[in-house]
Design a protein around this ligand. Sequence first.
Ligand SMILES: Nc1ncnc2c1ncn2[C@@H]1O[C@H](COP(=O)(O)OP(=O)(O)OP(=O)(O)O)[C@@H](O)[C@H]1O
Ligand SMILES: [Mg+2]
Length: 341
Amino acid sequence: MTEKTPKLTPEMLVPRLGDHLVQQGHISKDDLKKALSYQQEKIARGENILIGQALLELKITTKEMLDQAVTEQIIQLRSALQATNRNLERRVQERTAELQNALKRLSELSELKANFISNISHELRTPLTHIKGYFELLASKSLGPVTEEQAHALKVGQRSTSQLESLIEDLIMVSITSRGELTLKQEVVDIRRIAHLTVKAVTEKAEKRDVTVHAVVDKHLPAVQADSQKTIWVLGQLLDNGIKFTPAGGRVVLRVEHESDKLITISVTDTGIGIPPEQVAEIFESFHQLDGAATRRHGGMGLGLLLVRQIVEAHGSMLEVKSAEGRGTTVKFPLLTTSAE
Ligand SMILES: Nc1ncnc2c1ncn2[C@@H]1O[C@H](COP(=O)(O)OP(=O)(O)OP(=O)(O)O)[C@@H](O)[C@H]1O
Ligand SMILES: [Mg+2]
C-alpha cells in the first residue's frame, strides 16, 4: 500500500492549526477531537490528510475560516521571527562591541609592554656606555698605571659589560620587532667574510667550554642580498646557542653551502643536548627556555631564537630546526643571492 502525501496547502507552513482554531474560538474542543480521530482513520487507510482538510470534510469549518486562521498564524510567526532577528542583531552588536573593547585594551597593553621594554633598554644603555668607556680608559692605562691584579679585574668587568650590552641590544631588538618596526638594510653581503668573522668572535667562549667551533664555507660562493648587520647578529645567536647547549668535547659547525645560482643555505649544527620534538615550537616563544637548570647555567633570556626567526622571515626566508635529543641540533635557512630576482 503506498501512502498518499497530502496536497500542498498553506496549512503546511503553520504548526498546530487545530489548537489555534480552538484558542481563537472558531471551533470547540470536541470538534477538534472529532476531526483528529477522522484524520487518524484516514491515515490508517493510507490517506494522509492534514487537520484542516479533516475539518473541511466534516464541515466543521469553512475554507474561508481556515484560510484566515492560517494567515493569522503566519503573521504571528513572522512577527515572532522578526523579534528574534532584532534580538539576535542586538546581541551580535553587543558582543562585537565587547570584543572590540577587549582587542583595543589588548593592543594598548601590548604597546605599553613594547614601550616599557624600549624605554628601559635605552635607559640602561646610557649608564652602561659610561661604565664601558671608563673601563677602556683604565685598561688602556690612560688614567695611570694599573697593577696586574687591577688589569685582571678590569678584564672581568669589561666582559660583564659586553654581556650586559648584548642583553640590552636583544631587548631593543625585541621592542623594535614587536612594534612591527623591523626594517632591513638590503646590501650585497660577502657571506664568506661574515661566516669567518662570526666564528672568530665566539671562538674564545667555545674554547673555554672545551667545544670546538669552525666554519665550513663552499668555495666560489655568490654574493648574497641581505642586511649584513642583522645577518651577523643572527649567526652570532645561532653559534651562541650551539656552544651553550653542547657539552665539553662537542663540536659546532657553521656551514654555508652554494645551492644554486639563486640560493645559498646557512646552517649551524652542534653535537649538543638537542631539543625534544614536542618542544621545538616552544623555543621560539619570548622569554622561554626549555631547561631551567641548563639555561640558568648558560644565561640568556630566551629571546634569541624568536628574534632570529623574525629577522630571517623579514628576509623572505624560513628557519628550519632539526634536532635529535642527546645528539644535537641543526638550525638552517636559505638566503637569496644577488642574481635572484
Ligand atoms: N642548539 C640548541 N640545542 C639545544 N637547545 C636549544 C638550542 N638552541 C636553543 N635551544 C633551547 O631553546 C631555548 C630558547 O633559545 P633562545 O636562543 O631563544 O634563548 P636563550 O639562548 O636561552 O637566551 P638568549 O638567546 O636570549 O640569550 C633555549 O633556552 C634552549 O632551551
Ligand atoms: Mg640564544
